[in-house]
Design a protein around this ligand. Sequence first.
Ligand code: 13P
Length: 311
Amino acid sequence: MSQVAARQSAGVEQTIARIQQWKKTRCAVIIAHNYQPDEIQAVADYTGDSLELARLAAKTEAEVIVFAGVVFMAESAKLLSPQKTVLLPVKEAGCPLADTITAEDLRQARQQHPQAAVVIYVNSPAEVKALADVCCTSANAVEVVNSLPQAEVIFAPDKNLAHWVARHTQKRIIPWPGSCCTHNNITAKDVAAAKQAHPEAKFMAHPECRPEVCGQADAVLSTSQMLRRAKAEKATEFIVGTEIGMLYRLRKENPEKTFYPLSSRMVCRSMKMTSLADLADALEYIKYPVEVPEPIRMGAFQALEAMLKIN
Ligand code: 13P
């Protein structure tokens, strides 16, 4: 190892030690989304998809939750555990998809479709969730929609997930025009190239991908559903159609199998903002506490709780 590499490695060890020390002092738990950088997932107490992390946040005994993810995820943890301190280590880590809808937009859509139920994907701001009948994640969107009594459903803000749900329900889905740039930028051409390079591989796609991409997948799954599928399948090669952070756990938990990213462009900049030093600082200096005004929190909590009761 060169001297520079040795110094860097010692620096990383020190930062990890600082994280562990302050985690104990604060009675904290570190929760990380499956898209976080490898080294963040490695130090986290729990990793998972949006649904699993929401459930964890609702039931953890820890006094402090450090959420390595993006704003809407930390916000959801706070909505479900208002008495806890929820920290988002990098406060600028937003979700471009969540930014495609405002509360005012949704009020207008409700007026235009007064008969419709409103299902809001968790990738949305708290004030938008507060106006929804129920939330959903990519893992339970179809079940949530099918559980509703209404024949029409406003589904926002991801148009590709809305399209996926529409294929699996008798209900009329009124989609919102939002999308996740990391998933939506991928086209059928990328799928063709990946399949040509790895003809034996099974292709798993996230439902935030375009319909033309999902249409070519062997399975359309949330991030944690991908983990379960990769373990259960006999196949030994997989093309992974979601953010590349996903490859860390897939490879770690299935060392005998091979995983290829669908495209090296599938990188969410916001998910990659958090560093080990940010985690250590968050714990030591209580940075950055998430706050949601109580009237918004109550409304958004009800929509999240309604989801957790369905699935
Ligand atoms: P999952 O709920 O499948 O983890 O997806 C979260 C997300 O933000 C996808 O872009």
